[in-house]
Design a protein around this ligand. Structure first.
Ligand code: ADE
Length: 422
């Protein structure tokens, strides 16, 4: 078996942590149990490009239990948990190509290794695997029946591919399921992002001015959790409706040009590039902390920051914290960037908690099964997760929490379907 991991001797530590996460993922566990009986993926090769975490390990093991041959690589150079990669290889015989801190060349060579397995299904987080497959090996897409995509950024890229007529097989936008983005993006990103900031810096959040760039579900989560920790939260947005929502949720909304002067901590979660750039760096407070929780490391203009602070004026002050001494308007200022401007929640912490990934990965597992079951009718386009799957994930999650809900009476159901009652 081919694989590339940092250290096989970490396998037992990884196994322990994977089991811990498993105990928080009852929905995925019940799906795994059914998969083991029904083997829906028999004969399929699943290539996954995802953050190699304890939660992903449980997803990959569920797919394998369902009869798939599974192979996986990292969807970000800094998010791999090396002990998890080791455990998947040593205990589950799942080939993993992922080493925490790998350079860009290795990152893409790992994607190539996964594609060498000639997948029939792809499972992507950020669309790098799908892009690589479509641009470098289009002939291989003929044997792929479909795929799934985990995150907002990936879905945006896929929809652009679909509009360009470039998408060559069907892909389910798992991100857009209600039981994914309303929970993972909001409560997962909200908690894990602050976890990353705290683990990297141990800074006291109470009383700080925290600037949150972007008020999508991820931004909403970060802003609300930061407020809960006693921070004064300022939101920046480009979308008038989201900006208005932030105002009415009780946050101050400002332009980045203004907020740059006021913030102690900046967190970008926009999914877009160049959110914090040179004009902002120059006016920041001395000691400002910058973190990103968007998928790619493009939200903070690190190239500009590197140009402003070279040689000894740029140094690692502690793990995951790099300091740039730059010329401010009238004095030198220190700017501290966390986790290389990459996903701070996965670079400096452990990513979203397992209990929320339970729902995201239940959607992944069921969406992949749906692709297999509907292979003859699907076209090369982006599909939503079917409502029945979304509802089922919510039902199973509620059941695992011991929560019952009311059911419509026949009269109520009839009323909702009627239009002639006054
Ligand atoms: N994305 C965010 N958190 C994650 C986690 N814990 N595992 C996999 N992907 C993630």
């Amino acid at each position: 078996m081919n694989f590339d991991i940092a250290d096989a001797s970490l396998a037992n530590v990884g196994k322990q942590r994977i089991n811990w996460a498993d105990s928080e993922m009852p929905v995925l566990a019940s799906i795994k149990e059914r998969f083991a009986k029904e083997l829906p993926f028999k004969g399929h090769v699943v290539a996954a490009c995802m953050h190699i975490t304890t939660e992903t390990a449980n997803l990959l093991r569920a797919l394998k239990a369902g009869g798939a041959q599974v192979v996986a690589c990292a969807s970000n150079p800094l998010s791999t948990q090396d002990d998890v990669a080791a455990s998947l290889v040593m205990h589950d015989q799942i080939p993993i190509f992922a080493v925490r801190g790998e350079d860009e060349k290795t990152y893409f060579s790992h994607i190539d290794s996964v594609l060498d397995a000639r997948p029939t299904l792809t499972m992507d987080d950020g669309c790098d695997l799908v892009t690589r497959l479509h641009t470098q090996r289009p002939e291989q897409t003929a044997s792929v029946i479909g795929g799934t995509e985990e995150t907002t950024t990936g879905v945006i890229r896929l929809r652009a591919m679909e509009i360009d007529g470039a998408l060559l097989y069907p892909i389910v936008a798992v991100n857009d399921a209600d039981t994914k983005h309303m929970f993972d993006n909001r409560y997962g990103t909200g908690q894990s992002t602050l976890d990353g900031v705290i683990r990297a810096t141990n800074v006291l959040l109470a009383g700080q001015v925290i600037v949150v760039a972007g008020y999508g579900y991820c931004g909403k989560g970060v802003a609300s959790r930061a407020r809960g920790m006693g921070a004064q939260v300022v939101v920046t947005e480009i979308d008038p409706i989201k900006a208005l929502e932030a105002v009415m949720d009780g946050f101050r909304v400002e332009t980045m040009a203004k907020a740059a002067r006021e913030g102690d901590i900046f967190i970008t979660v926009t999914g877009n590039r160049d959110v914090i750039v040179e004009e902002h760096f120059r006016v920041m407070k001395d000691g400002a902390i910058l973190a990103n929780s968007g998928h790619f490391d493009i939200e903070i203009d690190l190239k500009a920051l590197s140009n402003l602070a070279s040689g000894e004026r740029r140094r690692m002050v502690k793990p995951m914290v790099e300091e740039f001494m730059i010329n401010g308007e009238d004095r030198d200022i220190k700017i501290r960037v966390l986790a290389e401007g990459r996903l701070v929640n996965l670079g400096a912490a452990e990513g979203h908690p397992a209990a929320v990934m339970d729902m995201s990965f239940a959607n992944q597992a069921l969406a992949a099964e749906w692709v297999v079951l509907n292979v003859n009718t699907l076209k090369p386009q982006v599909y939503d997760v079917p409502r029945e799957i979304d509802d089922e994930v919510a039902r199973l999650k509620l059941a695992s929490m011991g929560i019952d809900i009311d059911v419509l009476t026949p009269i109520q159901r009839e009323y909702l379907g009627s239009w002639n009652h006054g």
